[in-house]
Design a protein around this ligand. Sequence first.
Ligand SMILES: [Zn+2]
Length: 495
Amino acid sequence: MNNIAIYLRISVLEKGNLGHTEDTINSQRNIIKNFIFNDQELKKANIEEYIDEGYSGSTTSRPGLDKLLLKVKQGKINCIIVKDMSRFMRNYIEMGDYLENIFPFMGIRFIAINDGYDSSNEVQNGTELDIQFKNLLNDYYSRDISEKMTTALLVAKKQGKYTSGAPPYGYLKDPEDNYKLIVDEKVAENVRYIFQLLLEGHSLNETAKTLNSEGVMTARARRKEIKGYDAYANRWESTVEDTIWSHSMVRRIANNEAYTGTFVFNKSRKSKLDGGKVTYHPKEEWIRVYDNHEALISKETFDEANNIIKSRKRNKMFKWGERKYKNSPLATYVRCNKCGYKIRFGTSSNGKELVSINLYCYHCRMLEQEEKLPYHRELEKEVFKILKDKFHTDKTEKKKLLDEQKELYDRNDQLLKKKRIEFENYKFGKISREDFMETKNQIQESEEENKERIGAIDEELKQAGSIDSLTKEIVEKYIDKIYISGKGIERIEYQ
Ligand SMILES: [Zn+2]
């Protein structure tokens, strides 16, 4: 008579998380029962259940497990089945002892379904560690390590040790203790200078411009210098902008509490499921360790600078809300011929209507290499003329094309009729098979030619349009990019 013990366990964490964990007692039971039902031998045996709810697999004394092991000692159990080995035991040394020594000695068959382990398949009934089991041990070992690592990381963070990636501009990792931040004397003064400019009332943009004109080293350039390579080299669009200061880079520095000596963590979390998706936590959940490292600026300076930025933003948003006018239809299609950057159509309004549009290349402006670009009305006029010359098809032209197409269709109808007649002539013996075949081939050739021309006209009609004014739709239909310089349009890439 065979007695099977099935062992089911969930941890405290899983218990508190009911409904969120997939590995419930029920699901473990179903998997095991299903396994037993599909095995001719096992399904004849008696089944006893041993359950531990709210116990960790590292705990050696668990009521369910204790009861089960007692039955084993009494020789009342022949087989133990679990879903995963880790459900039975998390301590791999102890687990190994059971699998290698205790169970074989007692004549117990042990099955861990998801691990693909069945002691009856083992050489000498499990007294030897085969490769499969060694892998399991490795898995145990690494799981153990990763749990320890996570805990260590959290402790390190709570102690305020810097563990997250590259340190902010103005700081370095301490070569003697990689978890500590020390001041990067080479650029620390730049950070103070940025806050000074902001406090003097310069906008983020003005601050960025000043930094560029004075050749202040950017964060990216400094990182490249420290690391010996450019970590951002192949990122599109970042390639040009990150070598110069932009308003968003200035903002990033102004917003970083690290400069007050505070270490902030728990800003985000990387999910272990979901392919490492990052979840950002609300500000209330951020954890701060004050006076963690040397401050570059005072808390007061930090707050003041951020208040100035915030009030500026509010004013700007208010103005934007009132904007009712439309920008130029070319606004997103124009690029700088010198550097390839998108030309910005700076707009200003009196709150009701558009007062002016001012074209500039932000990139060239930041490098103080700005050219005076054409006035947007001139540009629109020129583009309109080019599009009209190239694509405009007026009504008479269009009608001509349509007439030609209609004639071709008619001709093909005639050819079809002719083909039918010739076929009948052949059927009634009026013409020879050879004659019929020859005529038929001629007809088909003409048909093909006509069809080709019909298709070509279709294409032409699709491209054609009446271009009476430069609308957003027209620009979108024909234009991909327009490159301009101070001289005007340099070249146009069409759709
Ligand atoms: Zn440019």
